[in-house]
Design a protein around this ligand. Structure first.
Ligand code: PGA
Length: 253
């Protein structure tokens, strides 16, 4: 089945409202009319509303970087899925390795967040990936399998169309060290088979993104792999020119 490639910019804790607006002004003309690729921008929570307004009328969608699994209540500092929908989000990243490592998020938390998003009509981008230590111990596939199993708990085939998975080897995130296309494809193929077993033919519609130092000069080779359906891009998404270049290579792949 052919899946429309998805390129998502993960800005992490970068950009003020003014900087997010300036990005949109520089970026949108560069991707206007770009067919065959879906583009998503995930700014910090403070810039969601302003960026959503700047993207209105374009084909570029808005994403959050996190969500709380509860609908409302006494959760100081947290934001609910309905609040993200309220400011125009279509997607939210969940289970990014920085959240798992720095904020103690477990697979059960990630799954609860994904379910809350789906129940609200938002699309989760569920992240997973092995550390360097796990790769060197030859545990990559078993670690990824356990994360998939736990982070997708309670999701059903009916959710598949709205679900996105991002494979991000932790050793490649923000390090400039990218997985080779063949190394990434090996894990992507494994994830694709897992999704088929879990969701049946509905799993075919789930896009599996690669993340970890994707940039203009390596995006085309990664995206040419049969089971790499897009990218989750950190550092190279902070400048309109470089992210537009990545998006253009996806449109060509
Ligand atoms: P990077 O980040 O592109 O800067 O490696 C990717 C991510 O963490 O999503």
């Amino acid at each position: 089945m052919s899946r429309i490639p998805l390129l998502a910019a993960n800005w992490k804790m970068h950009k003020t409202v003014a900087e997010a607006r300036a990005f949109a002004a520089g970026f949108l003309p560069q991707v206007a009319g770009l067919a065959g690729v879906e583009i998503v921008l995930a700014p910090p929570a403070t810039a969601l509303q302003a960026l959503g307004e700047a993207l209105a009328g374009s084909a570029v969608a808005l994403s959050a970087q996190n969500v709380n699994a509860e609908a409302s209540g006494a959760f100081t500092g947290e934001v609910a899925a309905a609040m993200l929908a309220d400011v125009g989000c279509r997607y939210a990243i969940v289970g990014h390795s920085e959240r798992r490592t720095l904020y103690g998020e477990r697979d059960t938390d990630v799954a609860a967040k994904a379910r809350a998003l789906l129940a609200t009509g938002l699309r989760p981008i569920v992240c997973l990936g092995e550390t360097l230590e796990e790769r060197e111990a030859d545990r990559t596939l078993s670690v990824c399998e356990a994360q998939l199993d736990g982070s997708l708990a309670g999701l059903e085939a009916g959710h598949a169309e709205d679900l996105v998975v991002a494979y991000e080897p932790v050793w490649a995130i923000g390090t400039g060290r990218t997985a080779t296309p063949e190394t990434a494809q090996e894990v992507h193929g494994f994830i694709r088979r897992f999704l088929g077993q879990r969701f049946g033919s509905a799993g075919d519609s789930i896009r599996v993104l690669y993340g970890g130092s994707m940039k203009p000069d390596n995006a085309a080779d990664l995206l040419a792999q049969p089971d790499i359906d897009g990218g989750l891009v950190g550092g190279a998404s902070l400048e309109p020119e470089s992210f537009a270049m990545v998006c253009r290579s996806a449109a060509k792949a």
